[in-house]
Design a protein around this ligand. Sequence first.
Ligand code: SF4
Ligand code: SF4
Length: 463
Amino acid sequence: MFQHSGTLHEVVGNGRRLLFHTPTAALFEADAVTGAVLDLLREGAAPASLARQLDGRFPPSEIATALDELQRLDRPAVTAPAATAPLTTLVLALTSGCNLACDYCYKHDLSNPAAARRMTPGRAAQAVDLLLRASGKAPKVTVTFFGGEPLLEMPVIRATIAYAEAATAAAGKKVDFSLTTNGTLLDDATIDFLDAHRVGITVSLDGPAALHDRHRRTRGGQGSHALAAAGARRLLARPRARRAGARVTLAAGCTDVATIHAYLHDELGFDEIGFAPVTAGTPAEFRLSDDELAIVFDGFKALGLRWRDAAIEGRDLGFGNLANLVTALNRGMTRALPCGAGTQMLAADAEGTLHLCHRFVGDSEVPSFGTLDAGIDTEAVTAFVARAQARAEGCAGCIARPVCAGGCYHESQSRYGDLFRPTDHYCTLMRDWIRFGIGVTADIMARNPAFFAANNQPRRAAR
Ligand code: SF4
Ligand code: SF4
């Protein structure tokens, strides 16, 4: 019996019929007999009538095989409880201070550097100890430096890296570092130190000056582009151990994806550009309107086609959003939860309170998940995971489910005041984007599968 369970979705692209199985995120190309069988089933044909209806077009044995495969795929998903994975990433919100005052900033507790709450080296070392204890048998942990502006706290970063390298080596583990900065404080000595310790750097830059300076300003109200771009150029001019990424916040009035990508990738030379459309978590006047969000996704698709064509030729055009999606689809990755927040990842603030992720630092409306002194509140984490999984189950029939799984908790919280409501304000665009990604994945798999082996690197964890 074909149940129309909603687990099998069809995407048509480049004359091919692709079938995407959401419980496993597996992607198949439907051959002629499978397509014909599927069409009849969708019209309500009884399985027993298929051989008669397709008489002469395909051998009965091929019809029976296609039917059997479709029926096996068309079973309602049974979701196993999300296993509580060990903590492998800890974000250190080193300071609540920033030398910039971007109008769209989601940070609830941002202050000028002089008034900032700052993490001490001792607190940061305590955080590393907790991460090592909570990481169980995981061979590698990640420490991410965040702010405010983390480069205001270089002495703490230096001390923490030294401590973490020694502590992880003593524990027989490896450690990976990453850092997100506004770029204005990237001088040569800082860049050399970060590179020597293989710190993955992401610079927040919103494109050329005319776009960047709309929202990203100094505390005095001046555009910050000149300072940030100078830091980025210094970073990108030097040989470096790791790829350098730019993170673009697309807020009101900033929708020109092609221009921004061309500037950051082709002109400045960033390896990868990740775009974050603002739909929540900031005053409504700085969010993208619905029309602007649609323009952004159109821009993503236009850039995505160029990225696909380059990938088929073996080149990486550095479009992080699509690279992440295509990597997930190619690997058949399916998520029980939208991200690692609260499970594999937590964020510690200056006082040592643990939060779901860096975005919740300073947000007093969402309860904490323990402290560095008392340890992780496992009861709170378990309750969170159960509710988060129930939230994702509400998305069961959605083609985007394996990748989106209900969307970002911070967006849900800031848009609806409800951590556990799916981010349904852009479901239509999200589904369209997933369908686009499925088509791109299939095209690359068909024409240059070696691209995946060469470019299958996991991207940064926290942005
Ligand atoms: S939030 Fe919307 S797009 Fe995302 S999985 Fe749920 S229903 Fe699909
Ligand atoms: S997706 Fe949202 S909740 Fe998850 S880590 Fe990112 S900002 Fe935090």
